[in-house]
Structures are given as structure tokens and as C-alpha cells.
Design a protein around this ligand. Structure first.
Ligand SMILES: Nc1nc2c(ncn2[C@@H]2O[C@H](COP(=O)(O)OP(=O)(O)O)[C@@H](O)[C@H]2O)c(=O)[nH]1
Ligand SMILES: [Mg+2]
Length: 433
């Protein structure tokens, strides 16, 4: 992959000085001399008085410089998202033999973050699947049922392991770490791969914390944050993974771990990659502030209510569910962020309610205001569902969560441009009573 020293540690883009609006731009003031570790060591150990240049190098040594766009993401200013096709970045990965794909799926947007044509991007490789954002899952969810659903998909049929993780609280990190260590020992590289916003860079940052690297990758609810490949070396990761394993070995059951870190072993890398753009994911339609109105950031909650025939409800201002036929009141259970506003009405009121989408009184958010609304894709039919209670079903609304119904009914779902609605039949993912 060549040297990455001239790449932004936040997003992996090549540093550049021509295009202020593009990834990698470094204003002239921020530019600094590339200095090797050996040179820094020489300056630190030098007994001679320091030159002005050497003083500058020492002062800048620990300051992490990121590009203008990453700086804006960090300060919440960045809005624009590039949906440029990124298949090209995987060309080299695909051509290489061996290596481990760490496919990161987002539990909140599970069907939306699945990459059914993964092998077109990365070729046929060993793979493990990380079900990330486990910390957000409501307590009613039985994770073993989610794992078996993911394992039943064609693109995961050869997965060596499927396990939950939270890049936020670190749970599952040791399972991931031991898979990585095993691969590094086999002299192979590992690649974090997944849809935009599934949490790849946040996972990378957990590992960076382990090795004490402050040059964190930029993360954001919006897609398209990571642009190029960002990597961590096996030479740094393996000792850190060993420490983690040592810490996890319980006090009363003493576990002997042989020191198999071979200083002469070739250096291998874990790469963070740019998200694979799935255009059906709703997150690409929203800005950071809009996402904050429905993208869960704390444990999801369940909201239960009944709707009768000819009634309707809206999830925020972007998903409309119309109950066309029901013999009795239907219980809807919505699994979502506690911030998602739910509006109920009657079918006859739909033309009026539709005009309320995107208004500024915090009822039918997002899109966030009437001006945005004019540029926003219109709500279109995304699914006509005829539900019969003889098999369970979960209805996902990409990035917002999912809902269930409890008995026979017909309903219609409308989303922006008809995108991001995924019925999953044969599952309810709930713990058995
Ligand atoms: N609650 C929670 N949020 C997460 C987790 N992992 C990532 N996120 C958030 O999800 C968003 C996307 O993460 P990022 O790492 O940028 O995704 P990437 O596009 O796959 O690199 C950010 O707002 C993260 O803070 C997790 O395990 N739990
Ligand atoms: Mg990223």
C-alpha cells in the first residue's frame, strides 16, 4: 500500500494543498516537515544545544495534524458527503491472496448494512463478521437469534465467526483482537470492511487506544468520512493484544501465555477502509443534525401503541406507515432512539400531515426545515405488507431501528424515494418468554 506518512490520520486521504473543499487539504500554516523517528530520537538524545528547526520538530512531535475536512467533522461543521464510488480502493485488496476480512455490520441498520456482493469488492477471503453497536440494542433482544439470522445469509456462509461488539464500550474487542493476532502470526493482513457508518473507524480507534496512539481516525454519523486506507501495524498491535489477553485471564485460573511475538516476523497491518456505499441506506440523505433526531446514541427503547384500520403513523418526518386493513386493533412495537418522534393520525389526514414534514416545530422532523424539504426526496411507496401472524417478521427502517406488528393486517410503508425499508421474515429476535 506504500507509505502512509503523507496521509491524513483522520480519513486516510493523501494530504494536498490545492483543493480546500476536498479531503486531505492542509492549509499552508499547518504544513510541517516529515521527520523520521530516528531523527526525533537523535534530537532528543543530543547533548548539543538545539537549533530552531530542532525545537520546532520537538514541539510538533505529539501534535496530531488532520486535514481541514476531518477538522470540520470533529467540530461538527462538516455536512457534505461524497458518495463517490469507492470500489477502486479494494482493487489491490482483491488481487492479494490471503488476508482476513473483518466485516462490520451495524445492528441498528442490520439489513441496510449487509453487503451481499462483498466478494465483488474484496474477492474470496477468510472472513469474520462483527455485529457492532451492541450497546444500543434494547434488552429484549436475543443476540443468538440475530447471529443465526446473519449466519443464514449467502454472503456470510463461510464466515469463521460472527459475534457482537460495541466499539463504544469495548465489549467484544478481545474476541476481535484474538482473531487479528492469529492472522498476524500467519503473516497475513486484516481489513475492516463495511457499509458507511457501521463503526469501522471507531473499532480502529479502540485498537489505537490499546497501543496508545493518539492519531485517531475521524468518525461521524454521516457516511463517507473515511476516504483512504488507515492502518495499524502488527508490531504495535501484537504486544497490546497480549496485554489485553493477560488482563482477561482471571486471577484464580492462572493462564500461561507463551511469548510468541517474534521480533523478526514481517510487519503486517490492520487496515480501516472507506465505507462501501449502499445507496439504499437512509443515512446518506441526512445531515449530522437531522441524524441526531433519530439515529440512536443510547440504548434503544420500545414504544408500543395500537392502530386501527385507516389509521397512520409517522416515524419522524421520513417514514409513513398506513394501516390499510385490520380486523382488530394492531399493536405496533417500535424499537428506536428515544429521540425519534412518532406522530399518529388518520388516513384521511395524510395529505395535510404530509405537508407538515420538515417543519420547524419539532413535530415531523427531519428534514429539518421547509427549505430543506423542497430539496429532499419525496416519500414514496417502499413496501406493501400483508402480514399474517403465522410467522414472525421484523420491519427495518434503515438507521432508525425497526418495528413489529402482532396480528393479521395490511399496511403500506412510505420512505424518501422508497429507500431503506427492509422486511425480515421468519424472525422476531426476541428473548423467549
Ligand atoms: N453507540 C455506538 N455508536 C457507535 C459504535 N461504533 C460506532 N458508533 C458511532 O457510529 C457512527 C459511525 O462510526 P464510524 O466509526 O465513523 O463508522 P465508519 O463509517 O464505519 O468508519 C459514529 O457516530 C460513531 O460514534 C458503537 O459500538 N456503539
Ligand atoms: Mg470510517
Amino acid at each position: 500500500m506504500g507509505s502512509l506518512s503523507s496521509h491524513c490520520p483522520g480519513c486516510g486521504a493523501l494530504f494536498q494543498q490545492e483543493f480546500p473543499q476536498q479531503a486531505g487539504y492542509l492549509p499552508p500554516m499547518q504544513r510541517r516537515e516529515e521527520v523520521t523517528e530516528e531523527e526525533i530520537k537523535r534530537i532528543q538524545e543530543s547533548k548539543d544545544p538545539l537549533t530552531p528547526r530542532e525545537v520546532k520538530i520537538l514541539l510538533q512531535k505529539d501534535k496530531v495534524i488532520v486535514c481541514k475536512r476531518c477538522h470540520s467533522f470533529k467540530s461538527g461543521l462538516e455536512r457534505s458527503v461524497s458518495l463517490k464510488s469507492n470500489r477502486i480502493q479494494f482493487k489491490e485488496v482483491k488481487q492479494r491472496n490471503g488476508g482476513l476480512i473483518v466485516l462490520v455490520l451495524d445492528l441498528v441498520d442490520l439489513p441496510g448494512s449487509m453487503i451481499h456482493d462483498l466478494s465483488d469488492y474484496v474477492g474470496i477471503k477468510d472472513m469474520i463478521v462483527v455485529l457492532n453497536k451492541a450497546d444500543l440494542m434494547p434488552s429484549q433482544i436475543d443476540m443468538s437469534k440475530v447471529i443465526s439470522y446473519v449466519g443464514s445469509q449467502a454472503f456470510t456462509q463461510h464466515a469463521l465467526d460472527i459475534f457482537p461488539m460495541s466499539a463504544k464500550d469495548g465489549s467484544g474487542l478481545s474476541t476481535l483482537a484474538s482473531h487479528l493476532a492469529k492472522r498476524f502470526h500467519q503473516n497475513e493482513d486484516c481489513y475492516l470492511v463495511g457499509a458507511a457508518s457501521s463503526g469501522k473507524s471507531t473499532i480502529l480507534n479502540q485498537l489505537k487506544h490499546l497501543i496508545g496512539d493518539k492519531r485517531l481516525a475521524t468518525t461521524s454519523r454521516q457516511g463517507g468520512t473515511t476516504v483512504g486506507m488507515i492502518r495499524i501495524s502488527s508490531k504495535q498491535l501484537l504486544p497490546a493484544i497480549r496485554r489485553l489477553e493477560d488482563e482477561e485471564a482471571s486471577g484464580d485460573e492462572v493462564k500461561e501465555i507463551a511469548d510468541d511475538t517474534n521480533p523478526l516476523a514481517p510487519e503486517r497491518y490492520l487496515y480501516d477502509t472507506a465505507g462501501i456505499i449502499q445507496t439504499h441506506q437512509l443515512l446518506h440523505l441526512f445531515g449530522e443534525k437531522e441524524l441526531s433526531y433519530f439515529s440512536p446514541s443510547t440504548k434503544m427503547i420500545v414504544t408500543k401503541f395500537y392502530r386501527r384500520q385507516a389509521e397512520v403513523f409517522y416515524l419522524g418526518g421520513f417514514c409513513k406507515v398506513m394501516l390499510k386493513h385490520a380486523n382488530a386493533p394492531i399493536q405496533f412495537r417500535i424499537y428506536s432512539s428515544n429521540k425519534l418522534k412518532i406522530h399518529k393520525g388518520r388516513l384521511a389526514k395524510v395529505p395535510y400531515l404530509d405537508t407538515q414534514i420538515g417543519i420547524n416545530n419539532q413535530t415531523l422532523y427531519p428534514p429539518i426545515n421547509s427549505k430543506r424539504k423542497t430539496a429532499f426526496p419525496k416519500l414514496k411507496l417502499a413496501g406493501k405488507i400483508s402480514y399474517s401472524s403465522n410467522q414472525p417478521a421484523v420491519f427495518y427502517v434503515s438507521g432508525a431501528g425497526w418495528f413489529t406488528v402482532d396480528r393479521f393486517c395490511h399496511f403500506e410503508v412510505h420512505t424518501p424515494d422508497g429507500l431503506g425499508f427492509f422486511p425480515v421474515y421468519g424472525h422476531n429476535f426476541l428473548k423467549s418468554a
